[in-house]
Every structure is written in structure tokens, then in C-alpha cells.
Design a protein. Structure first.
Length: 65
């Protein structure tokens, strides 16, 4: 039986003022072509670009600008 694409789907949870929460493991290709990966069961991806650990969220979005 062929592999169902839904079996490989990742759940992504969005919140208005926070990171994207992605069920892992994940592999992310950055703008410069480099790849980062995580085998954690859930990762937080920064959407505000304030993180010192970008693309991973370090909760810098919580600080006032």
C-alpha cells in the first residue's frame, strides 16, 4: 500500500503573538540554504525574528520593543 501523505503531515499551531509550534522532528531550510534540524517532539519557530537562536524561538517576543 502506498504511503499516505497524511501519515507524514506535521501539525503546526499558530498564535497571534507567539511562535509557530511544530510537532517534530523537523528539518528547516534557511534563506541562505543551510539546514537546521531538531528531533524534539515539538519545536517553537520564531516568527518575529527577535530570537537570538533564530529560527528557534527563545521567547524574545515577550520583551517590549
Amino acid at each position: 500500500m502506498p504511503n499516505d501523505p497524511a501519515d507524514d503531515a506535521r501539525r503546526i499551531t499558530m498564535s497571534r503573538r507567539g511562535p509557530l509550534l511544530v510537532e517534530g522532528p523537523v528539518e528547516i531550510e534557511l534563506e541562505d540554504g543551510t539546514t537546521v534540524s531538531s528531533d524534539r517532539f515539538r519545536v517553537a519557530l520564531c516568527t518575529c525574528r527577535r530570537s537570538r537562536r533564530y529560527p528557534w524561538c527563545d521567547t524574545s517576543h515577550r520583551r517590549k520593543a
